[in-house]
Design a protein around this ligand. Sequence first.
Ligand code: ATP
Ligand code: MG
Length: 307
Amino acid sequence: MSTGHAVDALHLSGWAHAYSGKVRDLYVPADVAEATDAEGAPRASALARADRVLMVASNRVSAFDHVLEPEIPAKGALLTQLSRWWFAQLPIANHIDPTAEVPAEVADRAVVARRLDMYPVECVVRGYLVGSGWAEYREHGTVCGIALPAGLANGDRLPEPIYTPAWKAPYGEHDENITFERSVELVGADVATALRDASLAIFTQASVVAESRGVILADTKFEFGADPETGELTLADEVLTSDSSRYWDAAAYAAGGPDRLASFDKQIVRDWLSANWDGQGVPPRLPAEIVEQTAARYRELIERLTA
Ligand code: ATP
Ligand code: MG
C-alpha cells in the first residue's frame, strides 16, 4: 500500500493529502498534487516534488504495530507541541519552516516543514538497557551487535549512550536493525558518521534537560534529511516525543519499584493490550479509562518537560 494507513483526508485549503503513516498524515501543496495526478503518477510520489510538506499529527495510537481504536484525545496536539519545543532548544538545523502558515483547522497539531531528501536510516540512541536491547543483551551480551560489559540488569544505565541505527523499511514492513558499517554502505561514510555524531550529541544534550526536570530519557529515534539545495544535514520528522522516545520518571526509577521502567507514553496501552489480547486478529477496543489514563500521561510528560 503506497499511501500508507487509510485515513479520512482533511480538506485543507492549499494542501492535498499525499501519504499517511500509522500516526501522521502528510500533505503537499495542492498544485504539486494536481500536477502529479495529471501525469497519472501515484499521489505519494508528489512528496518527492514538493518543497514543503504539512505534517499533521493525528490522535491515533499504535501499539505492537497496530493502530488501535479509539483515538487518544489531544494526543496529536501534545506531541506536536513537544516536538516544536525540542526543536527550538536544539542547536542543529531543523526542518520547520517558521515563515509558513499552518492551516487554522490543524494549527495545534501540524507543522509546515521544508521537504528534505530523507536518509533511509532511523538514528536510534540508547542510554539504558531495556526492551529489545535487554532481550538481546540477555542472550548474547550485545545490543544491535555492540558488545557491552557483563553483569548489566534490565533497565540499567549504559556506561555511555550507544548509537544503534535501523534501516527505515518501506511502509508496512518492520524497520531492520543494521550495523554502523551497513549504514555507511547505505549513505556513505561522511553522512553515516555525521548522523551518528549528531544523534549522540542531541541525545546527550536532551538527557541533561530531561534529567533537570526529573525525567529520564532512556532511548529515542531521530530522522534526518539533507536540504535539497544546500545538502545541509537537517533534523526532521518529530523529535523527542513520547512516540519516538522512551521516557521514565526519575523518582520512580530511583525507588526501584515495579513501575520504575514504566514509560511516559503508551505503557498503559501496551500493558492493557498484553493482558487482554492474544495478538491474533483485530485488537480489542480500548476501554474509556485506559484512554483517559493514557491522555493524562501525555499531558503530564509535556508539563514536566516544558514547565
Ligand atoms: P510509522 O511512524 O507509523 O512507522 P512512518 O514513519 O512512515 O510510519 P509517519 O511517522 O506517520 O510515518 O510519517 C512521517 C513520514 O514523513 C516519515 O516517512 C518521515 O520519514 C517523513 N518525513 C519527516 N520529515 C520529513 C521532511 N522534512 N521531508 C520529507 N519527509 C519527511
Ligand atoms: Mg514515523
